[in-house]
Design a protein around this ligand. Structure first.
Ligand code: SAM
Length: 267
């Protein structure tokens, strides 16, 4: 159990992370494939969660490659292990992403999605990724900017959600909008910044529209320090945005996903 992490873990995390995968997965796969063939590569996924991407990575590297999934949560890893059963190239490590105990220079590629926003020192995680890569190896990071969501017509509860989410993050020493400085963080961790791009899903209908409100609802449940007044504000936000998510007259803009690729220089 990771006491900083604000979302469900293990089997309870499966549905929400499946929604994440449905919405952002094709962009994640495209970014990884754009970095070159993964066949035979040694890949580390930091903060692999329930293994939504880990299994796909295992398929890509094939029998000649290696995939290591690392996560601080044993419950997440249990689900990920089951999902990757039958792939001998995959193994898992239960560890903090800034200190996995893995050997320096062991990997061709380090991949992470929606991890840096949950850690107090994202640069330490990226510095560790740098140490674990061989010279010329790549880090690929994806982070969502929580304050980028919107509805059309606009709703005041959306701004309220951003304020509450910032409060939760501040209390834990994290930054839920770390995506906005992803490029400079990658550079400051010793990488050449090779590519930087962003995707913002904008939806009219479908269960995917619920991702923001489902995530916020989970996070509120993992916020024991919240006062009664804060809980009441949270409940109003959830009611309003859940209704917007089920109303086809309302457009829902989900979090912008920032994607950065950095290369470890040959020196
Ligand atoms: C939002 S989930 C994303 C999971 C996965 N990357 C995905 O996109 O489906 C974030 C994951 O990071 C893990 N995590 C949070 N803080 C961590 C840390 N300091 N070290 C390792 N894992 C951590 C959580 O346990 C969780 O599984």
């Amino acid at each position: 159990m990771n006491n900083r992490y604000l979302l469900d873990e293990g089997t309870e995390a499966i549905d929400r992370l499946a929604l994440v995968q449905r919405i952002y997965g094709s962009g994640s796969r495209a970014m990884l494939l754009a970095a070159g063939s993964l066949e035979g590569r040694r890949v580390l996924e930091l903060g692999c969660g329930t293994g939504s991407m880990t299994r796909w990575l295992a398929e890509q590297v094939g029998e000649g490659g290696v995939v290591v999934g690392a996560d601080a949560s044993g419950a997440q890893l249990e689900v990920a292990r089951a999902r990757c059963a039958g792939f001998p190239s995959v193994r898992f490590v239960c560890a903090d992403a800034s200190d996995t105990g893995l050997a320096p220079g062991e990997f061709d590629l380090v991949y992470l999605r929606l991890l840096l926003m949950h850690v107090p020192a994202p640069q330490t995680v990226l510095a560790h990724a740098h140490a674990l890569l061989r010279p010329g190896g790549s880090v690929l990071c994806e982070e969502a900017a929580i304050d980028s969501t919107f509805t059309d017509p606009p709703l005041p509860e959306q701004r309220e959600l951003h304020a509450l989410a910032n409060e939760m993050a501040r209390e834990r020493g994290c930054d839920f909008n770390v995506a906005r400085r992803l490029g400079s963080l990658v550079r400051a961790s010793g990488f050449e910044l090779v590519t930087l791009s962003a995707q913002q899903p904008v939806l009219l209908r479908g269960p995917e529209k619920r991702l923001e409100v489902a995530s916020f609802e989970e996070a509120m449940q993992h916020w024991p320090q919240a006062s009664d007044e804060t809980r009441a504000r949270g409940a109003r936000v959830i009611a309003s945005l859940a209704s917007a998510a089920s109303d086809e007259e309302t457009v829902y803009g989900l979090s912008m996903m920032m994607r950065a690729r950095g290369r470890k220089p040959h020196r």
